[in-house]
Design a binder for this molecule. Structure first.
Ligand code: ATP
Ligand code: MG
Length: 449
């Protein structure tokens, strides 16, 4: 394996102090797959305090677990001392970690054979003590040692197996998968934050179908996303030939094709979950009235449960709530502007992406889809810079202060003026707005008595 000059120098410093330095885990695996790697993990027989003595600039990143970040020639390197882990009495944390001097001991505690390569940075040699190369060649994810033991130690590894299958397009070896299925209920002992991290990485991967299907088959999906699991029970009707779980997977696969951002992918995977609750069987058809509203609420509570950030949660909720917008050429320009205001300029592209995913995932295509026209009209409106927020109005609260000194009344008047201007942008002129403001104020006063 060829590494940069700086990494070679780093390794020679370890060597001159009598220690060795290895690259481990994902970076070596990705190199063997000729794929770029985004993070590099190093491991060494040097103890954290020994690493800190060797370098002037270090950060105690995870000192308890033996991780020190070394700042060296403008780069930063996360280096972890070889360690073994004590018993896992709770299926999520080792009771203790012990630093050791042997690389083999360290490699044994890792999750899968393809994640247990090391590269000796002084020679460039690759060390493969768990037959990872053959699993890599056969595109297989296999637990190291006894799978039941490995998943009992840390139940997150069950989720990680699904995630790597999604990331790499690999199948999971039979005994490993059986153990995952037997132990999947242990996932509830793992914190939502750790689950979310693996789940979102699974969703944001090149082969998401493999990950989601693995979750379904092993029972993980039923525990982590029961709302999505239930979709399996909804058979396709109308435009949809596909079952509802399949529809969501197809939409997510299409989002990956579009290289959509994570929030669009999450929304693609969940956009119709509201159908499970809103399904009504009528005489000659099945309806799902307001499933997008119900689905947006469900997605929001899923994101809350996963302790996702507010921004991500709000974005996913909005995309799902708006994904059913029924556009027709008869829409007025005012209706287009109202859509822009409701969705927000910054979310429009994502909404169009989600709608495209939804359509591409619908096996029997509806004919009345003209998002290209809607997109063009939205772009035309935005480029004419219409007033869309209170700030864009040609008057503000100060201009009204001689007529009204009442804050709530001013706010109410300005809001009505904005609605009027969104409908007809030619009215956004100071004189006209002042006149209308006086009229509105009189009207509101009358209404209030
Ligand atoms: P990616 O490129 O997707 O980040 P990665 O292999 O680097 O893949 P990480 O989650 O960053 O995955 O973990 C780095 C390495 O640490 C893994 O390759 C594995 O050897 C080890 N590892 C991480 N989490 C666990 C775990 N829960 N149990 C055992 N080993 C783990
Ligand atoms: Mg990594």
């Amino acid at each position: 394996m060829i590494v940069s000059e700086d990494i070679r120098t780093l390794s020679s410093i370890f060597k001159s102090h009598g220690f060795s330095l290895y690259l481990v885990g994902g970076a070596v695996r990705d190199h063997l797959l000729s794929k770029p790697s985004h993070d590099y993990d190093f491991t060494t027989d040097a103890r954290p305090e020994e690493i800190k003595e060797m370098f002037r600039h270090t950060i105690d990143t995870g000192i308890k677990h033996g991780t020190v970040t070394v700042l060296f020639r403008g780069g930063s390197y996360e280096i972890t001392t070889f360690r073994t882990e004590g018993d896992y009495s709770d299926s999520r944390h080792p009771d203790s970690v012990t630093f050791v001097r042997s690389l083999s001991e360290d490699l044994k505690r890792r999750d899968f054979t393809i994640n247990a390569f090391a590269c000796d940075l002084s020679s460039g040699d690759i060390i493969d003590e768990h037959n990872g190369l053959s699993d890599l060649k056969n595109k297989t994810i296999r637990a190291i040692g006894n799978p039941e033991e490995r998943f009992t130690e840390d139940a997150l590894r069950i989720m990680r197996a699904a995630r790597f299958s999604s990331k790499l397009g690999f199948e999971i070896e039979e005994e490993t998968k059986k153990a995952m299925t037997r132990l999947s209920s242990n996932i509830s002992k793992v914190s939502e934050e750790r689950i979310r991290e693996e789940l979102f990485r699974l969703i944001d991967s090149p082969f998401p179908r493999l990950g989601i299907e693995t979750m379904y088959d092993t029972g993980l999906l039923k525990i982590i996303l029961p709302e999505l699991y239930e979709c399996k029970n909804i058979e396709g009707t109308g435009y949809h030939k596909e079952n509802l779980l399949e529809h969501h997977i197809l939409a997510l696969e299409y989002a990956e094709k579009l290289k959509a951002p994570l929030t669009v992918k999450i929304a693609a995977l969940l956009h119709d979950i509201g159908k499970v609750k809103t399904e009504r069987k009528e005489e000659d058809r099945t309806t799902y009235y307001s499933h997008e509203i119900c689905g947006a609420e469900m997605a929001s509570s899923i994101m809350k449960r996963l302790k996702s950030s507010n921004k991500e949660r709000e974005e996913v909720e909005l995309l799902i709530r708006e994904h059913m917008v029924q556009y027709s050429s008869a829409w007025s320009d005012g209706a287009i502007r109202r859509l822009i205001v409701r969705v927000g300029k910054e979310n429009l592209n994502n909404l169009f992406m989600l709608r495209e995913c939804d359509r591409k995932a619908t096996l029997f295509l509806p004919q009345d889809y003209n998002d290209e026209e809607l997109k063009a009209r939205v772009e035309r409106e935005i480029s004419s810079s219409p007033a869309l927020t209170l700030k864009d109005l040609k008057i503000n609260g100060k201009d009204l202060s001689s007529y009204m000194n009442n804050g709530p009344m001013t706010g109410r008047v300005l809001k009505s003026l904005l609605e009027m201007v969104i409908d007809d942008p030619t009215l956004n002129q100071k004189q006209i707005l002042l006149e209308r403001a006086r009229e509105l104020m009189e009207r509101f006063k009358k209404e209030d008595v």
